[in-house]
Design a protein around this ligand. Structure first.
Ligand SMILES: [Cu+2]
Length: 657
């Protein structure tokens, strides 16, 4: 009846896991109770859960990303602690099975379920506002994409309490991920969670490309688009080109596991290296799917808080485009040791070095924007400067790794771990923190507390270097990744320093939690940022804070790159316009319902409950057919209402003078 699923699949013998489940359950109960107590269910349902509004969907993505960040960070703390204890000669507190699950979970969660939703969350919040649109091209599709992402996050985390997490590393390399070596359900949870979130991401990619190419304000030609919009466009082009590779590769692995085919097996003509080539043909573009929008965030912040036009707009756009193209030509640097031969390795080594050039161009453009600027060293700017320093160091260690000869020695050592954490934390994570600090006031109407923001930054930047610089040295000393038992005692000192660094980062995170608490607690003090110098140069700032559901009463005409700067400096007349009523799509829960069936489908596929999988597939198809006959209804916002809002906004911003 229930396929492979039995009561024994709940890991009651693993105390750490059971405690975690208990704590998560308590937190869940507290959340449910508080929503009920404050009578917020109706509000939550209408304002967020079934909303098709890009702003609300963006906020939900970012909340999910923050929760997953905490989960992923706890995994990191456990790994660091285990290695420090074991390298002192004492037995650790984690078994190797559990440790393997933890490092796999850390990688999977941080990339697919933290960094991706964080970045997609910012795209959702900002892009329609920055290009002068009222929403994305396909609001319903956007809601469906979010809920598919949401249920895939649930599915991958359910594996914590029912069954097991994969023990293969975050990319499930075969033959370890084949049925023979991973007979448990961990890899199957990995397969179905990534397939479901992958489909959601692909739909998001299509949605943003259409929105940016078709829904820009009049006058906003491609070379007048803000840099964040450019980087988002390129990132979504990478999504649409690379995610199908991931989907097909995982599908072939699924066939090997479920139907005993031999695409990636050791025998019967299977080819393991084909999996590794395919997964990195997606994997390397993936790092730029995450990095490019972060570059966009830093560009906006640098110009705003240097009070200067962005230096070298055109070269920044060209650098973004060239990185997008080059990111498909470097994948083999992830496994120079495959033995493809000197010719192949040198080709991929050189292309990898070349990708450092457009990245360097960007760094110089940001520095030249700051040069002779009237720089405001607030926390958003500090995250940006911290990024430039840490990303440059991480980038240079990347260039070292791109030399095949050096990589033969450093491949899969802690040097590699230090390198990609250096660039991903210094780049993507700092980018997200800078983005939250910069755009939070736009969506909540008040600024985050600067004092705690700056404290958080200093703990983070010192923690980052104290945690990862020792790992560069350990890599040279020959320590390889993913070790959890019998670690060489010579590595103990540096591993301990690295753990101290991780704890300093933890203090930085605590500062960020306090920052949110203090800001919300004192929000009255710094209300209404309209007209405040915190406002940037691009169109998203030409809206009230938070923006109305229709974003713009009238879509502004754009003449230059910094469209809002023009308006602010009266270069654009904005008076005596005729206000029309605006149509907004009704809320819809269909995306949520389809995703619930998708979650049950994924779970039933993991546990071989075939009858349930069939029922779910039929239900999803039926709902999609019914949906395709019912177009989304719209409701109208009257122009009286709009005029009233507009007067308040123009007055507050002094744009009507
Ligand atoms: Cu790469």
């Amino acid at each position: 009846m229930f396929g492979k699923l039995t009561i024994n699949d709940i890991p009651i013998h693993e105390p750490i896991i059971m405690y975690t489940i208990f704590i998560v359950f308590i937190l869940f109960l507290i959340t449910i109770f508080s929503i009920t107590y404050f009578k917020k269910w109706k509000w939550l349902w209408n304002e967020y859960l079934i909303s098709l509004d890009h702003k609300k969907i963006g906020i939900m993505y970012i909340i999910m990303a923050i929760i997953m960040f905490i989960r992923g960070f706890i995994d990191a703390l456990m790994m660091r602690t285990q290695q420090t204890i074991v390298s002192s000669g004492k037995p650790g507190f984690l078994t190797s099975n559990h440790y393997n699950q933890i490092f796999t979970a850390h990688g999977v969660i941080m990339i697919f379920f933290m960094a991706m939703p964080f970045i997609i969350g910012f795209m959702n919040l900002i892009i329609p506002l920055q290009i002068g649109a009222r929403d994305l091209a396909f609001p319903f599709l956007n809601s469906l994409s979010f809920w598919l992402f949401f249920v895939s996050t649930l599915l991958i985390n359910i594996s914590l309490g029912i069954g097991e997490f994969a023990q293969t590393g975050w990319l499930a390399y075969p033959p370890l991920s084949n049925k023979q070596y991973s007979p448990g359900v961990g890899v199957d949870y990995w397969i179905w969670s990534l397939q479901i979130s992958g489909i959601g991401t692909l739909l998001t990619g299509i949605n943003f490309i259409v929105t940016i190419l078709k829904m820009r304000a009049p006058g906003m030609s491609l070379m007048k688009m803000p840099i964040f919009t450019w980087t988002t466009l390129c990132s979504n082009i990478l999504i649409v080109l690379s995610f199908p590779i991931l989907t097909v590769t995982i599908l072939l692995l699924t066939l090997d596991r479920y139907l005993n085919t031999h695409f990636f097996t050791n025998d019967m003509g299977g080819n393991i290296m084909m999996y590794i080539n395919l997964i990195w043909a997606w994997g390397h573009p993936e790092v730029y799917i995450l990095m490019l929008p972060a570059f966009g965030i830093f560009s906006e912040i640098t110009a705003t808080f240097s009070k200067k036009k962005l230096f070298g707009y055109k070269s920044l756009v060209l650098a973004t485009i060239s990185i997008t193209i080059l990111s498909f030509m470097v994948w083999l640097h992830h496994f120079f040791t495959m033995g493809a031969g000197a010719n192949v390795n040198s080709f991929f080594g050189i292309t990898t070095m070349i990708i450092a050039i457009p990245t360097g161009v960007k760094i110089f453009n940001w520095i030249f924007t700051m040069y002779k600027g009237n720089i405001k060293y607030n926390s958003a700017m500090l995250w940006t400067i911290g990024f430039i320093v840490s990303f440059s160091i991480g980038g240079m260690s990347g260039v070292l790794l791109s030399v095949p000869g050096a990589d033969f020695y450093l491949h899969n050592s802690l040097f590699l771990i230090a390198h990609f954490h250096n660039v991903i934390i210094g780049g993507v994570v700092f980018g997200c923190f800078a983005g939250i600090t910069y755009w939070f006031p736009k969506f909540f109407g008040f600024k985050l507390n600067e004092k705690w923001g700056i404290r958080a930054f200093w703990y983070w930047i010192f923690g980052l270097f104290i945690a990862f610089l020792p790992l560069y040295a350990l890599g040279f000393m020959g320590m390889t990744r993913r070790l959890s038992q019998n670690i060489n005692l010579n590595f103990h000192t540096l591993l301990t320093i690295s753990t101290i660094g991780t704890i300093i980062i933890l203090i930085g995170i605590i500062c960020q939690v306090i920052q949110f608490y203090v800001s919300i607690h004192n929000k009255k003090k710094n209300l209404d940022i309209t007209g405040d110098p915190w406002n940037g140069r691009t169109l998203e700032w030409f809206t009230s804070s938070p923006p109305k559901i229709y974003n713009f009463a009238i879509i502004p005409k754009v003449k230059n790159i910094d469209a809002f700067w023009d308006i602010k400096n009266k270069k654009l007349n904005y008076k005596n316009k005729e206000y029309k009523s605006i149509k907004i799509p009704n809320n819809s829960c269909i995306g949520l319902i389809i995703s619930i069936f998708t979650l049950i489908f994924g779970f039933s596929m993991v546990w071989y409950i075939w009858w349930l999988s069939i029922i779910c597939i039929i239900s999803i198809i039926l709902i999609l057919i019914i949906k395709s006959f019912n177009i989304i209804e719209h409701y109208e916002i009257s122009n009286d209402n709009i005029i009233k809002n507009e007067r308040e906004f123009l007055k507050a911003g002094k744009y009507d003078k």
